[in-house]
Each structure stands twice: as structure tokens, then as C-alpha cells.
Write a protein that binds this ligand. Structure first.
Ligand SMILES: C[S@@+](CC[C@H](N)C(=O)[O-])C[C@H]1O[C@@H](n2cnc3c(N)ncnc32)[C@H](O)[C@@H]1O
Length: 512
């Protein structure tokens, strides 16, 4: 091959860098414009398994076309029996569509030299509407794409947006545009065709994406998952600091028995484990949460958690979100604990395994205990507080603390702020031992390791807590009665793991 592949990559990177520096900030935000580098694109492209024959490749929300360009050139250089390539790149921004054509021109030169037919079309139109129109009018026999690659735009969708309605017609109402793109893109695939997407990890868990996961997985087999070693590196050069995941699906209704789980950064070593599907999506899980166990240790933590006998529901514990929305209750908030007010607990109160009040900072610390606030307050008693969002500095995603009645002898009620979830029994307090024991368990490293396997963000949803498997009530109360609840919890975890025959738990730093 005459063309030096490095020159093609450099040419594509130049086009991309120009787009990043010239991007109109308003378009960038409104159209979710984040551009994939060649090295990250290569990570996606490596996941496709078959480039033989006549390929029709769709790039949905193509930007400057880096993904499809890298895919097409890699397919050509793979020497794997490619006989022709047709690229359909959809990009709504006209300036980027022009740049996509420049990228495709570089690709075209490579194909010309190799004597393999190459065609491309850059469609400067709304992908979602056109793809939905196209695929809704088609049976799966009529779909023509063999490969789809995408880094779809990120934008929250309101309940009545057109995009959400379209996605619903394609299988599920979705809370974010990226998920709508995934449904529309996969619908263009022939049965057996492959889709590789880089997206936020947020669709892997949480109730908002449940119907989406069900629809996606009823139409496509999940073949492999790739995550980055340094979790947020994919688009760090464009100040996008969210956790991404690369997923690889094959169109068709059957799920494979095994899933390839890969971890690696661009240009670095990629480690791979092939795991049973049931380790990724638990059998019978109606929420179809997708777990990404990046290593054997995480897999052991996941297996261990599945063996636990109870859930919050089975031990009669409910999860609610704190009822004080501070900006709506401003008139009743106090910066001092004055007579007639009661403690107001913010996330900053949940600290180092306990509940500190008043916590330091500039927030109000109390709320008036008056008729108008009655519905916002919680009767004094023992509860577990769990932060709904952990900060980046925090070692754990789940940060829990026991709110103990005897630490607040004079207070008839508490105000719990809306960024805190609290655990209770039908609005009533829990026993002191249970609250201490549950907090020790939820703060445990093992729970953190497990939690990170399905949640890629710092948010802890009430639905995530409800799904967690936990020790039974008596065991939790034993932790809560011990002089050191954390140690009691660790010891029990070791002996329970040994009893059910799970090894590898020691590798998870239990004391960390
Ligand atoms: C996250 S960027 C990814 C760009 C490119 N795929 C990449 O990886 O570099 C998403 C792209 O989708 C485009 N886009 C947003 N909404 C679109 C729509 N409805 N139809 C087609 N393209 C759209 C944006 O302009 C943006 O270029």
C-alpha cells in the first residue's frame, strides 16, 4: 500500500483539531459537539469483528467524520476480504458536514490506491428523524447497513420532545438524545450487522434508562464492552469529564453467552476478560442493569453481592429523598439554630462515616419548625443518610452516615435537604443498631467496588440503593452493636464469602 497510514491519521487529526478550535460554543453545547480523536476512534474500530465483503457503514452524528474515516481505513488495511465500502455520514451542522467530506476525501485516496470501490455520502440533515423515518418504514430484511459507528450527541430530553417521541416509536422513551441515536442507528442495521458506540455510562443503570436498556437489548446482542483505565480520559482534551463506555452490539434478538470485557486507554495495553453474560446482566433482572466488572476483583465483589440474602425492601426499609428543597424553603431557613428551628441536614453533614451537625460552610443549618414546614420535616429518630451525589474527592461513591436521635436530644424533628436520601421504615425511624450497621455496610469498600461496576457517575439513585443486595437484618444489627461496626462488617464479609465459596474477596482492599 502506497499511502502511509500515519499520514492519513495525521490528516484526520488536523481536520479534527481545526474543528475543535473553530467550534462555535453555542453549537458545541446545543448540538453536543465533542470530537473523537483518532486514537480513541481506533479503540472503537478495533471492536468490530468482521469487515469481509461489501460494507455499508453508517456514522450517526459524524462531526468531522473521524470515526467513519478511521473505521473505513482500518477495514481496508485489515486485509480481511473487504470488497467494497460505502459510508453514510449524517451530520446536521453544515460546517462540520464540509469537514466530513474532507476526511472522506483522504479515505477515498487510500481506497483508490488499493483498487477497492469506495463511495461516501455526507447527509447534512437530522439523523434521528431521517433514520427513524427510514427504519420505521422498513422490515429488518430491508435494512442495508452492515456496520454502524457513533459518538452520539449528549442532550437531556424533556418528556414531550419530538426526539423522545421518536425514540418511543423505535422501542423506548429515552431521557437523553444519545440513547435515541443508539436506537435509531441500530435500527438501520441488517440482522448480524455490528454497532459500536462511545457514550456516557449513564444508560447502564438507573430507572430512567430501564426501558431503553430493555429495547436495545431485545433488538441487539451485547458482544463486548470497553472502558478506559483512567476513567474519564476519552474527551478530557475538550473538558468533558464524564465516564464513557464503548459498547459493541450485533443486530438480532439473541444475546451471546459470553461478553468480552476490555479495559485500556488509547495507545496503551488493553486487558480482556471473557465473562458469562450473567455476570454483566444478572439472570432474571427486570431492570437489565449492565455491570462492567473491569477485573477479577470486581467480578468477585459482584458475585459476592449477588449471594447476599436481603434487600432494603425485604428488611422493611424504604428510601426517600430529603424533602427540603432549599431554594423553595428559603424563607424558613436559618444560619443559626435559633429557638423554634430544627437541624437542617445537607450532604456536607454526612462525613467520615458519621453525621456532623452543624457542618462547616456557608449553608443554613436550621429550618423553622412551623405549620408551613410540617410536611417538609421528619420526626426525630434514627435514620441512615446517604448522599445523592458524591464529590470527586470522596473515596467512595456511596457515602452513608447514621443520623442518631440521641445526638439531638432537644429536637423534635429534622429537616433533610433534597440532595440527601434517607432510609426509614414507612416514614418512621429505624433501630439504632440497624442504622449503624447499615451505614457500616453501605460505606464498605466492597459495596463501593460493586457499585462502580454498574454506575459510571457520582449520582446515587434511590433505585440503585433499592437494588443492592445486603446482609439480613439480624446481621446488620450485629454490626451495629459491635464496638467497631466497620471491622465487624469486614469480618462477616470474609466469613460469608468463605461459606459460599467465593474467593478473591481478600483482593478487594477491605480495610481501605
Ligand atoms: C458528540 S459529537 C460526535 C462527533 C463525531 N462523531 C466524533 O466522534 O468526533 C455529535 C455530533 O452529532 C451532531 N448532531 C447533533 N444532533 C444531530 C442530529 N439531530 N442529526 C445529525 N447530527 C447531529 C453534532 O453536530 C455533532 O457533530
Amino acid at each position: 500500500m502506497l499511502t502511509d497510514i500515519e499520514m492519513v491519521w495525521n490528516g484526520l487529526e488536523e481536520i479534527r483539531r481545526a474543528a475543535v478550535s473553530e467550534a462555535n460554543p453555542k453549537y458545541r453545547k446545543d448540538l453536543g459537539q465533542v470530537f473523537t480523536s483518532v486514537s480513541v476512534a481506533q479503540l472503537l474500530v478495533e471492536m468490530f469483528s468482521d469487515w469481509r465483503g461489501d460494507v455499508e457503514l453508517v456514522d450517526a452524528g459524524a462531526g468531522v467524520g473521524t470515526l467513519s474515516a478511521v473505521a473505513a481505513v482500518s477495514a481496508l488495511f485489515s486485509g480481511g476480504g473487504l470488497t467494497s465500502m460505502r459510508v453514510l455520514a449524517w451530520e446536521v451542522d453544515p460546517e462540520l458536514a464540509v469537514k466530513s467530506k474532507q476526511s472522506m476525501a483522504l479515505v477515498s485516496e487510500c481506497f483508490d490506491e488499493a483498487g477497492i470501490p469506495f463511495e461516501f455520502e455526507v447527509l447534512n440533515e437530522d439523523f434521528l428523524h431521517r433514520a427513524a423515518q427510514k427504519s420505521l418504514g422498513l422490515s429488518s430484511d430491508g435494512a442495508t447497513a452492515t456496520h454502524v459507528i457513533l459518538n452520539p450527541p449528549y442532550a437531556k430530553l424533556s418528556s414531550f420532545s419530538n426526539e423522545r417521541v421518536l425514540a418511543e416509536r423505535l422501542g423506548a422513551p429515552v431521557p437523553n438524545l444519545y440513547a435515541a441515536f443508539m436506537l435509531a442507528a441500530s435500527a438501520l442495521l441488517k440482522v448480524g450487522g455490528e454497532m459500536v458506540a462511545i457514550t456516557p455510562r449513564s444508560f447502564c443503570n438507573g430507572s430512567y434508562f430501564k426501558k431503553f436498556r430493555r429495547a436495545l437489548l431485545s433488538q441487539n446482542g451485547l458482544v463486548s464492552i470497553r472502558v478506559f483505565e483512567s476513567r474519564i480520559c476519552a474527551f478530557a482534551d475538550q473538558d468533558v469529564l464524564q465516564e464513557n463506555v464503548i459498547t459493541h452490539f450485533v443486530r438480532g434478538e439473541v444475546q451471546p453467552e459470553k461478553v468480552r470485557m476490555q479495559v485500556g486507554d488509547p495507545g496503551g495495553l488493553v486487558t480482556e476478560r471473557v465473562v458469562p453474560l450473567a455476570e454483566v446482566i444478572f439472570s432474571g433482572d427486570r431492570d437489565v442493569v449492565i455491570h462492567v466488572a473491569e477485573s477479577e476483583d470486581v467480578a468477585s465483589a459482584t458475585t459476592f453481592m449477588q449471594e447476599l440474602p436481603a434487600t432494603l425492601e425485604t428488611i422493611g426499609v424504604n428510601v426517600s429523598t430529603g424533602r427540603v428543597v432549599d431554594f423553595r424553603a428559603r424563607q424558613w431557613l436559618q444560619i443559626e439554630h435559633i429557638p423554634g428551628s430544627v437541624p437542617l441536614l445537607y450532604p456536607s453533614s454526612v462525613d467520615r462515616g458519621g453525621v456532623l451537625w452543624p457542618s462547616s460552610g456557608s449553608k443554613p443549618i436550621a429550618i423553622d419548625d412551623v405549620g408551613s414546614t410540617a410536611s417538609l420535616l421528619t420526626p426525630r429518630g434514627n435514620y441512615v443518610l446517604v448522599k445523592r451525589f458524591s464529590s470527586k474527592e470522596e473515596r467512595r461513591r456511596i457515602v452513608a452516615g447514621p443520623l442518631l436521635a440521641d445526638a439531638f436530644p432537644e429536637c423534635p424533628r429534622f429537616g433533610i435537604e433534597n440532595h440527601v436520601n434517607y432510609l426509614h421504615r414507612q416514614g418512621r425511624p429505624l433501630s439504632r443498631q440497624l442504622v449503624i450497621g447499615l451505614s457500616a455496610f453501605l460505606n464498605h469498600k466492597l459495596v463501593d467496588v460493586y457499585f462502580r461496576s454498574f454506575s459510571g457517575h457520582t449520582q446515587v439513585n434511590a433505585s440503585d440503593l433499592r437494588r443492592l443486595r445486603i446482609p439480613d437484618r439480624a446481621t446488620l444489627e450485629e454490626f451495629g452493636s459491635a464496638s467497631c461496626p466497620h471491622e465487624a462488617c469486614s469480618e462477616w464479609i470474609h466469613s460469608f464469602a468463605a461459606a459460599v465459596g467465593i474467593s478473591g474477596i481478600e483482593e478487594v482492599d477491605l480495610v481501605g
